[in-house]
Design a protein around this ligand. Structure first.
Ligand SMILES: C[S@@+](CC[C@H](N)C(=O)[O-])C[C@H]1O[C@@H](n2cnc3c(N)ncnc32)[C@H](O)[C@@H]1O
Length: 271
């Protein structure tokens, strides 16, 4: 891919997703587009760019963003966050049940919100509380990955981080033996929705007790990151938590969040 074609795609992708492709990513973009270009019967990248520009429905643009997104995730990823949220639930429920709202802001194929739902079930079981008082909103920009997340079907390898007793409690083995289906009790706590983090203000209702916005801000420039952090602050309850990915930080972003420890931030105010 030559420099001027790369710049065209780069600007388009940035305008619609906030994803900031640094120079040097030409080969990556090219390889992710190749199959789509072939499937459409087009002969090169500029033809595909023209096809995208002519598509009034924006469906092809959504596909392009799907192709550019990196969806790597796994169950129990960065488990310290889930331990912390489990402690938060125990603390919150020590005097009885109270409703809780979480937001998994770039949920990929669902492992993050489903891990959260398993943590909720475990805490609720230990405290004899109905877990359905917890609501988990799970969002992503990619419609294709959201479909996969809603389906909640994972192959055996994807469950390797899940303890065997949780596998038994929260998954059903498929009759063919090829994978596992997430149970209805877990699935029913989670609502999936498409939200583009680069387009603020976000349309959903807070306040949330915690927002997980992990391993996605690395793809954005400072302006988009600043807006996301501002929106997270607005949508959290006082004392609520923002959790970000292990390779991310809020340095250089002007925000009232207080850092609790690496990757954990708290909104000021009563707990
Ligand atoms: C690497 S995954 C992170 C998944 C999960 N949060 C974790 O930490 O395991 C990044 C996700 O961000 C999503 N994403 C990328 N740009 C986005 C945007 N502008 N708005 C919402 N989600 C976006 C991708 O589709 C992808 O599913």
């Amino acid at each position: 891919m030559n420099a001027s074609t790369f710049t065209k795609f780069r600007d388009l992708i940035h305008a619609h997703s906030g994803i900031d492709l640094a120079p040097g990513k030409e080969a990556l973009v090219s390889s992710r587009l190749a199959k789509r270009i072939r499937d459409l019967g087009l002969s090169n990248e500029m033809e595909y760019f023209d096809y995208l520009s002519a598509d009034q429905s924006l469906n092809e643009l959504t596909r392009l963003i799907d192709l550019m997104s990196t969806n790597v995730t796994h169950f129990l990823r960065e488990f310290e966050h889930f331990e912390m949220l489990s402690e938060m639930l125990h603390e919150l429920w020590k005097n009885g049940p109270a409703p809780v709202k979480f937001w998994s802001a770039a949920c990929s194929s669902g492992q993050e919100p489903y891990t959260l739902a398993m943590i909720v079930h475990e805490a609720a079981r230990a405290m004899a509380i109905d877990p359905r008082i917890v609501k988990i909103l799970a969002t992503d920009i990619s419609t294709q990955i959201l479909r996969q997340a809603e389906e909640g079907f994972y192959n055996t390898r994807e469950l390797e981080h899940v303890p065997p007793e949780w596998q038994k409690r929260y998954f059903q083995k498929s009759p063919s033996g090829t994978g596992y289906q997430i149970s209805d009790s877990i699935r029913s706590l989670v609502t999936f929705r498409r939200i583009n983090l680069s387009h603020s203000p976000f349309p959903m209702q807070g306040p949330f007790d915690a927002i997980l916005c992990r391993n996605v801000m690395i793809y954005f420039d400072k302006e988009v990151r600043t807006k996301i952090v501002g929106e997270a602050y607005r949508l959290l309850r006082p004392g609520g938590y923002l959790l970000i990915g292990h390779s991310e930080n809020l340095s250089g972003i002007d925000t009232p969040f207080r850092s609790v420890r690496a990757t954990v931030y708290r909104k000021a105010g009563a707990a």
